[in-house]
Design a protein around this ligand. Structure first.
Ligand code: GLY
Length: 576
């Protein structure tokens, strides 16, 4: 299966990409014509969510209304990936003002959280950062969608939430994709009666074709539609959430919900050769790590390099940027992060001083001040979701949303249908202790009440002067490298389809290894990289679930693609 997959992958995806990437000689237009757009698009991780977004655009909503509809629908149909018990980052582009913001709806640590809350009496990490209500940060998604609808949408929240409410109330048919993910965490789900009642009503994970009805969740969504922020964070729903969490040993209080605040942030912006990049800022590490890698790579002519050389320099740049992630990054409302310094070319040059074109650098040599562990990535780990939207007026949304691991903490608050996240695990719960993604961290990402945990979610906009791309993907720590590889491919001419289906490889400083999808590296490239001292780890599976929209400003053509690795759909429509 793995071999067949990789052979097909190379024939279908890589060969056309190589020729497309070579075709970079066509001159870019000096001045772009004024654009009159007629096409619009939605690409998301689930066909029902894509349909919901298109429906809202067709009812007169803009990209921001559609983002609310897609977020809420994904929360209903992908309980393994995101939900209103979670959070995320919504990157918005306003076409009229040519202006971008990031809506930060990341979860926050409850007020009663403490730095060592997941360390037992013997000094060892417990499982409480992963399973049950203690693992849950205060959700941000309900606040983010009400914020977006109230400030930037055209339609009432009740209209944008209608598709999600209907799917929760009347049910939708489960897929094999759903069943596979639920089976991975069945033991966690079994620990919580309310979760069992909804997601395993017959005592086991339902088969594909089962109709999943979520009546309590429908009511909570209706409450949000009626009362906005207060519908979730205050009143009856808030009471139910807090009392259920506390009864099960959690530490949420009503004040945690009442105080939750969405924050609008200036995204990370940068340039790499012909590309302009707009991406997520802290508390996501995504934009910073990606720009650091691109800064280090800007000295190279990547298309002129052979495969092994190209991969070597990209991996060495990833290693150094992920080292900075572990050492310096955290919620900048709590810790001092020198973002400008990290993004400077002088910092890139300092990092590159010990680069060797012949040999892999050893991450161990960088360990000072960070950690002394040898983390292992959880091979099964998958999470999170992404969607991209372009509306008729050129407004754009790239949003990456999460409840962290499959089905989050596994805990549903009684009477709400709300599955709570286990995003607290994204904090550095003990120096040197690797989280679910194998990521390690330092004091900068230690737990503090009210603090946002460091994320890798990287919703991104790219522009090469002629084309615009709206993209992102789930995939934990590998999100950043996936978006990075697609950005490099886009800068070399790749289409939306080529970007989502690009073979993937990754290095995150620790563990000190190049992880790759089966078939993503050719045998001679593997041999050369090994001879340079790299450790190669064939994950023997695929990862990620990218969704990309590309808008060609010259031809006015919009194309969109969803990852072949999963079940999402991309839809482009033309205005009548
Ligand atoms: N929970 C995964 C992330 O935010 O990076």
């Amino acid at each position: 299966m793995g071999k067949l997959w990789s052979a097909c992958f190379y024939l279908i995806i890589c060969l056309p990409l190589l020729s497309a990437c070579d075709d970079s000689s066509e001159p870019k237009p000096d001045v772009l014509e004024t654009i009159s757009k007629s096409e619009y698009a939605v690409a998301s991780a689930h066909p029902l969510a894509t349909q919901a977004g298109i429906k809202i655009l067709q009812e007169g909503g803009n990209a921001f209304d559609a983002a609310v509809a897609v977020t809420a629908t994904l929360a209903v149909v992908e309980p393994y990936a995101s939900g209103i018990g979670g959070g995320g980052f919504w990157l918005l582009h306003f076409a009229d003002e040519d202006y971008d913001i990031m809506v930060d709806g990341r979860e926050v640590a409850p007020f009663a959280a403490t730095r060592d809350m997941y360390i037992d009496a013997q000094g060892n990490p417990t499982k409480n950062s992963v399973t049950g209500p203690l693992a849950a940060g205060i959700p941000g998604t309900p606040a983010a969608i009400t914020h977006i609808a109230e400030n930037y949408g055209r339609l009432p929240l009740s209209q944008s939430l209608a598709p999600a409410i209907e799917l929760a109330r009347d049910g939708f048919l489960l897929t094999e994709f759903y069943a596979k993910r639920a089976k991975v965490v069945v033991e966690r789900l079994q620990q919580f009666p309310e979760t069992m009642k909804i997601f395993m009503p017959n005592g086991e994970v339902p088969q594909a074709g089962f109709k999943l009805v979520q009546s309590d969740l429908a009511q909570v969504l209706e409450q949000i539609a009626a009362d906005g922020f207060d519908g979730f964070y205050r009143g009856d729903v808030a009471q139910k959430l807090v009392s259920s969490v506390q009864q099960a040993g959690g530490i949420w209080q009503l004040e945690d919900l009442d105080d939750y605040q969405v924050i609008e942030r200036k995204p990370i912006k940068g340039n790499y050769k012909n590309l302009e990049i707009v991406s997520a800022t802290l508390p996501s590490s995504g934009g910073i790590v990606m720009m650091q890698v691109l800064n280090m790579l800007s000295q190279f002519d990547l298309p002129a390099m052979n495969e092994a050389q190209r991969k070597h320099v990209i991996v060495e740049a990833m290693r150094r940027a992920y080292y900075d992630r572990a050492r310096y990054l955290g919620d900048k409302d709590f810790v001092n992060v020198q973002v400008d310094e990290l993004l400077s070319m002088s910092h890139a040059e300092k990092h590159w001083a010990d680069f060797s074109a012949q040999h892999a650098t050893r991450s161990e040599d960088y360990l000072e001040n960070v950690l002394d562990d040898k983390p292992k990535v959880n091979e099964q780990a998958q999470n999170t979701t992404h969607f991209s939207i372009l509306d008729q007026d050129g407004n754009q949304v790239a949003a990456t949303l999460s409840i962290n691991y499959y089905f989050g903490s596994g805990f549903v608050a009684k009477g709400t249908g709300v599955l709570l996240n286990n995003e607290m695990d994204d904090f550095s719960i003990q120096p040197g202790h690797a989280n679910l993604w194998g990521l390690v961290g330092s004091e900068a990402n230690a737990i503090e009440p009210g603090k946002r945990m460091l994320s890798s979610m990287s919703p991104t906009f790219l522009s090469d002067g002629q084309r615009i791309a709206i993209l992102g993907t789930p995939g934990g720590s590998r999100i950043i490298s996936m978006v990075l590889l697609s950005a490099l491919a886009f800068s070399e001419g790749a289409s939306a389809e080529q970007m989502v289906n690009l073979p993937r490889y990754h290095h995150q400083f620790l563990p000190d290894e190049i992880q790759y999808e089966s078939g993503a590296l050719q045998a001679d490239t593997i041999a050369t990289l090994q001879s340079m001292g790299h450790v190669l780890n064939d994950l023997e599976r695929s990862y990620g679930n990218m969704h990309v929209i590309v808008w060609d400003l010259k031809t006015k053509q919009v194309t969109a693609a969803s990852d072949l690795r999963a079940i999402g759909t991309a839809q482009v429509e033309t205005s009548q």
